[in-house]
Design a protein around this ligand. Sequence first.
Ligand SMILES: Nc1ncnc2c1ncn2[C@@H]1O[C@H](COP(=O)(O)OP(=O)(O)OP(=O)(O)O)[C@@H](O)[C@H]1O
Ligand SMILES: [Mg+2]
Length: 291
Amino acid sequence: MEDSQTKARILIEALPYIRAFSGKTFVIKYGGSTRKGEEQTSPRPEDISFADDLVLLVHIGIRPVVIHGGGPEITRMMNRLGLESRFVDGLRVTDRPTMEVVEMVLSGKINRELVTLVQKRGGRAVGLAGRDGNLLLGERKRKDLGFVGQIRSVNTEVLDLLDRHRYVTIVAPIGVDEEGDPLNINADDAAAEIAGALKAEKLIMMTDTPGVLDAEQKLIATLTPPKVREMLENGAIHGGMVPKIQGCLRALEAGVRKVHVVDGRIPHSLLLEIFTPEGVGTEILGGETPS
Ligand SMILES: Nc1ncnc2c1ncn2[C@@H]1O[C@H](COP(=O)(O)OP(=O)(O)OP(=O)(O)O)[C@@H](O)[C@H]1O
Ligand SMILES: [Mg+2]
């Protein structure tokens, strides 16, 4: 009896959020780091619960757009093919053979797996690369990094088209340049730019930590851009969290209302962050009214 009352309370508590978010766009970066485990043939439990969360979001009228990473799996495939992974300033040096592996793993493997999983769990999903429909147009970032790219413009037309038919869109972070060559784009950047272009209600960064941690490794529940800048300057935010947080700041500047950093290893962390007042990760508020 008590148990069923708890269930009812949870549903009722979610109601104001469902009401507020119905019809809104959430851009979700699903980090490669959440899928660090060794390769398995069966889907991972955290991927299944993520797919279930996406299906639920669509059914209550939210428009989820997913951008996935895949660094660890690219490295694994490079090793299998006897290719060496090289990084400069945290960016993968991407010559032509490496770019081929990046596309194979991101578009050919991870994207397919996520699309299949959402469909298996009862949702409608379409997978795209940022090359499709010129979604992510860009240019090479630096001469010494090969195909590593930065985004110059986001063409959201193809996303709007799929949204009208209520598909979950799952995007591999591969862009295209003016010559039609592929670009290896950081998934955090891709998610941030797409969120900004869509003026999303939320950008949710799912990663492999409980959220943004302070210097004592304690989770910070709520942050503001000035505090975040301070943490970037004093090094409390470092490594893989830097491009993520810089993307978050740009997204807020572009009009995204709220940004979240959430632990993708915890089942249903996405729902818990969105539909409970306390949340589970870190939220970064934009300019005005917190909600
Ligand atoms: N203040 C901080 N709070 C939390 N994590 C931090 C902080 N500063 C640095 N980090 C690091 O950032 C990492 C998350 O970024 P990382 O690039 O590894 O993951 P990801 O972006 O989710 O995955 P991928 O890059 O493969 O898509 C954490 O595992 C942690 O080591
Ligand atoms: Mg990263």
